[in-house]
Design a protein around this ligand. Structure first.
Ligand code: AMP
Ligand code: MG
Length: 423
């Protein structure tokens, strides 16, 4: 069986691990320079150019976490129920100044400032109120249901380090701190090409041996999710001279050139030749399936003024996988943020699997709940690297470790949800 030929023999030389490849890819790039100041509404996904220090305590004042009755803990009986006179009422947004607390219970609502001296709040459903008197059960701890000033974050504390990539919850914190804008790095500009004489632009009539270009749209969306700006440069024909010329031109205008197709060892795979002409090529056989051949290097001949280049394989699933695991760390470095390896959670394999040793395989799976609470992964039936529905009809990728060969059904394996790979 052809399957049994060893990859490193077929491709001449050992395979590089996914980790080695992603570290070397990131090493091709330096963080972009240039910053801009944006309103919070435009800052999601952007990378902070400087640290953000809290300018105030959050919450800014001690307040009640519930609708209830605020008391001084010291006024409670050491054991058993306490009865205190009901005196005073503070709603959210109202001023608590001058509200007396000694020996009384004060009606308070969620978010209302705690009156001076009160440190504990009974929930309204836990007490009985009759004839101007509140009966408070035993057992509540000092400070219960009260939120001290600065419990969330204190004035002077660092909210975010420089290089942090903002998420919606981060934007919420910035707003809670009273900020209206933040200073972020400019986004990296990524030029995207497809290569292949069979490719047709969607919207155009399709010739007999032609297919529509899927990869450019796929990559543009992934690049945008990774926080970069897309320069969509179209389709390149399988011809090394024009390829080299176009790569050289693109490199002038962007921080990374990304292509798909044309990096295998076939006669019509000209991307590597073109890159060697336009700059320098570092062709890698990565131990990853789908996706093995990835061309990396730089465009430009001098050490200064070079632009990193990544040539992904042609099959759309290989594009997806190699972008997620090899190109994203490079994009993170360009963007000036630290790449966080995507989180994997264990799932139970609902199928047996066989693979060659020494390479990592990513299997497209759909999840369903298992009897023991662990999710069960079912492999998509059509698992070819060109089958786009294997990505659209599944939930994520199961990782088959480099050294695994015969994997029994029921084995626990790491699962990456698509959302976590798209960052
Ligand atoms: P290649 O690596 O160029 O030999 O391409 C491998 C396979 O991926 C071939 O079947 C190509 O037709 C297909 N392919 C390459 N580029 C694209 C693209 N942009 N969109 C869809 N399929 C592609
Ligand atoms: Mg091709």
């Amino acid at each position: 069986m052809a399957q049994l030929s060893r990859d490193d023999e077929a491709f001449g030389g050992p395979l590089m691990s996914v980790e080695q490849a992603s570290v070397r890819a990131a090493g091709l790039a330096a963080p972009v320079t240039g910053v801009e100041t944006l309103p919070l509404g435009l800052a999601d996904g952007r990378v902070l150019a400087e640290a953000v220090i809290a300018g105030l305590d959050l919450p800014p004042f001690a307040n009640s976490a519930v609708d209830g009755y605020a008391v001084r803990f010291a006024d409670l009986a050491p054991a058993g129920e306490t009865a205190l006179a009901l005196a005073g009422r503070i709603a959210a947004g109202a001023d608590a100044a001058g509200v007396a607390t000694a020996g009384v219970a004060v009606r308070v609502f969620t978010g209302a400032p705690m009156p001076a001296g009160a440190d504990t709040v009974f929930m309204q459903e836990d007490v009985t109120v009759e004839a101007g008197c509140v009966r408070l059960p035993a057992g509540l701890k000092r400070g219960a249901n009260a939120r001290p000033a600065g419990e969330d974050i204190a004035a002077g504390e660092q909210a975010f380090a420089a290089g942090h990539r903002l998420r919606p919850q981060d934007i919420g914190l910035l707003a809670a701190l009273g900020l209206t804008q933040v200073t972020v790095r400019r986004r990296p500009r990524v030029a995207i090409f497809s290569t292949g004489d069979e490719l047709t632009e969607p919207g155009q009539p399709l010739g007999p041996a032609a297919i529509y270009d899927a990869n450019r749209s796929l990559l543009a969306a992934m690049v945008a999710r990774a926080g970069a700006e897309v320069l969509d440069l179209g389709i390149l024909r399988d011809e090394p001279d024009s390829l080299a010329k176009r790569l050289g031109e693109a490199a002038q205008a962007c921080d990374l050139v990304l292509t798909s197709g044309g990096v295998s060892t076939g006669e019509e795979d000209h991307v590597k030749t073109a890159l060697a002409r336009a700059g320098s090529l570092d062709f890698w056989r990565i131990g990853i399936k789908p996706g093995r051949p990835v061309a990396m290097g730089v465009i430009g001949k001098t050490p200064l003024g070079t632009t990193p280049f990544v040539g992904l394989p042609g099959n759309p699933v290989a594009v997806f996988v190699t972008f997620a695991f090899v190109a994203r760390p490079l994009l993170a470095r360009l963007a000036g943020t630290e790449h966080r390896a995507p989180a994997a959670l264990p799932v139970r394999l609902g199928f047996p699997y066989r693979k060659k040793e020494g390479r990592r395989e990513y299997v497209r799976v759909a999840l369903s709940p298992g009897d023991d609470g662990v999710m069960v992964a079912r492999k998509h039936a059509q698992d070819g690297a060109g089958v786009l529905t294997s990505l659209t009809r599944t939930d994520g990728l199961v990782e088959m470790a480099d050294d695994w060969t015969t994997i029994a059904e029921g084995t626990l394996a790491p699962f990456y949800a698509y959302a976590g790979l798209l960052g």
